[in-house]
Design a protein around this ligand. Sequence first.
Ligand code: PLP
Length: 393
Amino acid sequence: MKKKTGPRWKASTRAIHVGEEKFRRSAPVAPPIVRSSTFTFSSTAEMKRWAEGRSAAYIYTRYGNPTLTIAEEKIAALEGAPAAIVTASGMAAISSALLAVVRSGEEILATRQLYGGTYRLFRDIFPRLGIRVQYVENDLAGVERLVSPQTRVLYIETPTNPTLRLVNLRQAARLARRFRLFSIVDNTFASPILQNPLALGLDAVVHSATKFLGGHSDLIAGAVAGPEAFIERVRQMVIYLGGSADPGAAFLLIRGLKTLEARVRQQCQTALAVARYLARHPRVARVHYPGLPSHPDHRLARRQMRGFGSMLAFDLKGGLPAARRFCDRVRVFLLAASLGGVESLAVLPIYSSHYRMSRAELHAAGVSPGTVRLSIGLEDPADLIADLEQALS
Ligand code: PLP
């Protein structure tokens, strides 16, 4: 069959252009991966309009890309936010979101129990930029005392990594309004299926989209959702600092988002069964899961979340040696960092998310050396429980 080609195109021109016209003619069901670093202008007049800030055309993928836009619109819709941006990683989302609001000489007020990477960013990098971070506990007591004229942001994470403690989102929103702070929540552990902080009065959310949003342990990405003017400032920060998402990762993220709710619902159910099993086990000293009535934040979780999530942690009676023995014996659970994927994972926070933290810092973060964190995937609950049984025996 004769292909439509430019009449005098040379082989290299044909190789670059032929075959792609169909994407402009028919409508694919799955979104295209627009794997192009750059985009054509129709004329120098359009180029000029863009340079003057009068055109929203795509020009270069670090600034924006149609595949990224699809992911951004979906995440904004899931969070009930006016706008969203996807980024290269959760840490790119967190750093760009904060640097969009805080400058040298200003302060962040944060809850102390944070993902280790966020805590290390606050400890090791922000002070070098002249940004001071002060901490409050998860109950937000002492905000009044610590807030200063330089404080710009209230930054919280709920549920926390790895001990699954909760911060009261409504209370955080009230305090932020009272002291005119911009409030940002890391919503990674809950996902937008289980809570929408913006609906409770918070200003913005950040995500490690690597986790539940992607859902298959095959991409690294992040997201920020919030008011349009703020997201535009975050976009500028992403453009400057280079934390833009890759269209291939965005395609996987889009695919993951389509099954997010079904996965999260199933994973919550399995996690509750696993938590109940562990809570009855004689070798387990303590289970950290907000769905258990024994959890200190169970009542708040009932009010604030639409499900208890699929992350849980537990302490073994034998401390670190027992925790290591358990982790070395699991077979269905994989011994790996990260979370929120279809595979169940087990990890020791002191050797992963909370590495390079002193005893005092671990204590403040609520992490004991023998804490094991589990991320519950989509395997059959009976197989997961049988694996726990053999690993604990
Ligand atoms: N926030 C939370 C709660 C996390 O657990 C993680 C990673 O584990 C991050 C942020 C950082 O995300 P990323 O690894 O995608 O940069």
